[in-house]
Design a protein around this ligand. Structure first.
Ligand code: ATP
Ligand code: MG
Length: 212
């Protein structure tokens, strides 16, 4: 079985010819005993995306599952350090993250991403990049006043003081998911409980057992 990643590359580009792997996607999936998926965490700054994604990874690790977390700031330190926050760069940022997530899915991993990703169109774009790989939108739903009172990085303070412009939730819009696959309310549940909700959903959808 060729992976969705390989299938896309059948459309060869000029002299760039796809080299098929000896170890197949199916081999990797069977080896890991799980079904790869992308969990796309979205929510305001301070809503808890990184915190919950980390807690989910810990629980998956305890179950012997393979995962990898792509976190917003970390990606901007390396792979995307040449990108700023213009519209063009924002789209390129998401495109690259989508392509990296696709590689990890090809490897058989459960991929978690933690980016504010405030616009519905951006999230739809990445869902399309990943097709036909499974993509689950995880809405980390935390009211703005709670995010602002947590302010773990001091960013709201700076945004209110006008030191950061176009800050999501303050002077830039956050477009909440309309129909997210997973909806987490961090004001009502502990970090641990929120992570359990995500893991239970993965379990319920069959991602924690071998290929479906
Ligand atoms: N139930 C909860 N779930 C998640 N985080 C919680 C919860 N209760 C309190 N917190 C706290 O809220 C903060 C969330 O910060 P975190 O860095 O995870 O947000 P983020 O969504 O990744 O923000 P950013 O987009 O700026 O990276 C942490 O300090 C965390 O300890
Ligand atoms: Mg974060």
């Amino acid at each position: 079985m060729s992976s969705p990643y390989e299938q896309k590359k059948h459309q060869s580009k000029g002299d760039v010819v796809w080299h098929h792997s000896t170890v197949t996607h199916q081999d990797r999936v069977l080896q890991k005993g799980q079904t790869p998926v992308v969990l796309w965490f979205t929510g305001l700054s301070g809503s808890g995306k990184s915190t919950i994604a980390n807690a989910v990874e810990s629980q998956l690790m305890q179950q012997g599952k393979y995962s990898y977390l792509l976190d917003g700031d970390n990606v901007r330190h390396g792979l995307n350090k040449d990108l700023g926050f213009s519209d063009t760069d924002r789209v390129e940022n998401i495109r690259r993250i989508g392509e990296v997530a696709k590689l990890f899915v090809d490897s058989g991993s459960i991929v978690l991403t933690a980016f504010i990703s405030p616009f519905i169109s951006d999230r739809e774009q990445v869902r399309k990049i990943l097709e036909p790989d499974p993509f689950l939108e995880v809405f980390v739903d935390t009211p703005l006043d709670i995010c602002e009172s947590r302010d773990p990085k001091g960013l709201y303070k700076k945004a209110r003081a006008g030191e950061i412009k176009q800050f999501t939730g303050i002077d830039s819009e956050y477009q909440a998911p309309v129909n997210p696959e997973i909806h987490i309310k961090t004001a009502e549940y502990s970090i641990e409980e929120c992570a359990i909700q995500v893991v239970n959903k993965l379990e319920g959808l069959g991602y924690l057992k071998g290929a479906q």
